[in-house]
Design a protein around this ligand. Structure first.
Ligand code: FES
Length: 123
């Protein structure tokens, strides 16, 4: 069902874990299955200098979390906020149509983390 890129990210997820003293933390879940992603961001000079996450979910949720973290590191806050599930799926060379909902988690979680960051800096 999954291509080799998805399987690679699922079996060897990149950037997993937590960031101590993260500048922003956000969570998002898939209400249909209960899978969740918690994401931690470090901001330097308006860019995402580091991104880590913990995802409890299906293979697609873990693979999309991993691919999203790679896409997000180095992006400006404004660029990161615009991350779409299509971009994440594209970075994985595609996902089965019925697993596309699983790729909502990372864009939703990063927006929550950025909102948390903005609320902390009062912006
Ligand atoms: Fe829950 Fe994929 S089945 S995120």
């Amino acid at each position: 069902m999954y291509n080799d890129t998805v399987l690679d990210h699922f079996q060897n997820p990149r950037n997993t874990g937590e960031i101590e003293n993260a500048d922003g933390i956000g969570s998002a879940g898939n209400p249909t299955c209960g899978d969740v992603m918690k994401i931690f961001i470090k901001i330097e000079d308006g860019r995402l200098a580091n991104v880590k996450y913990k995802t409890f979910g299906c293979a697609a949720a873990i693979a999309t979390s991993s691919a999203a973290s790679e896409l997000l590191i180095g992006k400006s806050i404004e660029e990161a906020e615009k991350l779409t599930r299509e971009e994440v799926a594209e970075a994985l060379n595609g996902l089965p149509e019925k697993k596309m909902n699983c790729s909502n988690i990372a864009p939703d979680a990063i927006r929550a983390a950025i909102a948390d960051y903005r609320s902390k800096i009062g912006n």
